[in-house]
Design a protein around this ligand. Structure first.
Ligand code: GLA
Length: 400
């Protein structure tokens, strides 16, 4: 069982800095980007819809010092492995952790940011493949570090979009903008509600005694592989068929449930359910934002339950372990609501819980889940955290 805390977050950073100095013989500057949990609004971002993520206090840290040539030398402290690449070569994806670094360097340079060579070391405490956005965190932290070390400024929205492009076009996962956006714009004490079409967002304060309890089913999901991209294509097909009969429709964001039902006959049964999930989920995000604003946490919890059911039955991106975990968590005293979070097919559930119940919940949920599935879950009691930036440690000077 793991509990994140500020102490755990700072210690690895200090260790990374020391390790960097040993490997590269100079002192680095440190940058970080957080993982995220999505409270509600799943599989809506690539449909121009609404999402409600919060950055969490698990993060990826990149230590960097500029070099005089055009090479990137990158050490992963997680994999204890070092790779090298030239910023002048056409780097192709290699199906390796370094693709995130290669992809970000490639996309930044293509967008006209001329990068300096640099030595980098990367350390992340975001569990990989658990739906907490470890990839966006490494992309955004790396992008920020490479630009700053090259003396280049970037607007955060632009950085988020370029990192998404790296993931879409280099790594090969057709993700939406949510993860990279929240890695850039997260704020301590807040979730945010994001309009993925306009990229306008609003902060939603999470009041003091709410905790984000994230329970990892320990079933690894594989975003780049098949099903996620299949769902995207199904949505596109739904839009194509509905746009022929509803004027002005560019994405599922533009369709109401009444319209969808009116034109149901144009869709196959599966396409209808996919579209219904997206249309109703957008509606739930709007209602959940209102519930949070009036501090109606039980109402928020009911919307989380509806969201989970819709993802399980209509969108079919849950799995038995996620359903079991949600069922266990929902029954517990002190839990306002629970649902799967992230892309699905494994990974984590998120529960909104009372702070005072945290210790009891971690033990009870872990024991019950293990008894039912034979897997011991990891549980992270998180608070909402700050978006990407230079690490605020005493001696973290700039090298840019
Ligand atoms: C993954 C993607 C996001 C989003 C979620 C589902 O996390 O990276 O862009 O589509 O799945 O909501």
């Amino acid at each position: 069982m793991t509990t994140s805390s500020l102490a755990q977050r700072i210690d690895p950073w200090t260790a990374l800095k020391a390790q960097f100095s040993v490997i590269f013989g100079v002192s680095p500057t440190l940058y970080h980007a957080p993982g995220r949990v999505n409270l509600i609004g799943e599989h809506t971002d690539y449909n121009d819809g609404f999402v409600m993520p919060a950055a969490i206090d698990l993060s990826c840290c990149v230590a960097i010092a500029p070099r005089d040539d055009r090479r990137l030398v990158v050490h992963s402290a997680n994999y204890n492995e070092t790779i090298e690449l030239s910023l002048d070569d056409n780097n192709a994806p290699t199906q390796h952790w370094s693709d995130y670094i290669r992809g970000v360097a490639w996309v930044l340079q293509n967008a006209g940011y001329r990068l300096r060579g640099a030595d980098l070391a990367v350390l992340s405490n975001i569990p990989i493949g658990a739906g907490l956005s470890s990839s966006a965190a490494i992309e955004v932290a790396t992008g920020y570090a490479l630009l700053d070390a090259s003396g280049l400024q970037i607007d955060r929205k632009e950085l988020a979009k370029l990192c998404q492009k790296a993931e879409n076009e280099f790594v090969g996962a057709r993700c939406g903008i949510m993860d990279q956006f929240i890695a850039c714009f997260g704020q301590t004490g807040n979730a945010l509600v994001l309009d993925c079409r306009s990229l306008n967002y609003r902060l939603l304060p999470l009041n003091g005694d709410i905790r984000l309890l994230i329970c990892n089913t320990m079933v690894n999901h594989h975003l780049a592989g098949g099903e996620y991209n299949v769902r995207r294509s199904e949505c596109e097909e739904g839009v194509r068929l509905l746009a022929a009969v509803i004027p002005g429709v560019q994405s599922l964001r533009d369709i109401t449930l009444v319209e969808l039902d009116r034109h149901r006959a144009r869709l196959t049964e599966v396409l209808y359910r996919r579209c219904r999930h997206v249309v109703t989920e957008n509606q739930r995000v709007t209602e959940a934002a209102l519930a949070l604003q009036r501090n109606d946490l039980s109402g928020f919890g009911r919307l989380m339950a509806d969201s989970h059911r819709s993802l399980r039955d209509d969108y079919e991106v849950s799995c038995p372990e996620l359903d079991i975990m949600v069922e266990i968590a929902t029954k517990q005293e002190g839990v306002y609501g629970s649902r799967m979070t992230g892309g699905g097919f494994g990974g984590c559930i998120i529960s909104l819980v009372k702070e005072e119940a945290i210790v009891h919940l971690q033990r009870t949920i872990a024991d019950a889940y293990e008894e039912k599935t034979g897997r011991r879950p990891e549980i992270y009691a998180c608070t909402s955290a700050e978006g990407a930036g230079r690490c605020k440690t005493k001696d973290n000077e700039s090298t840019g």
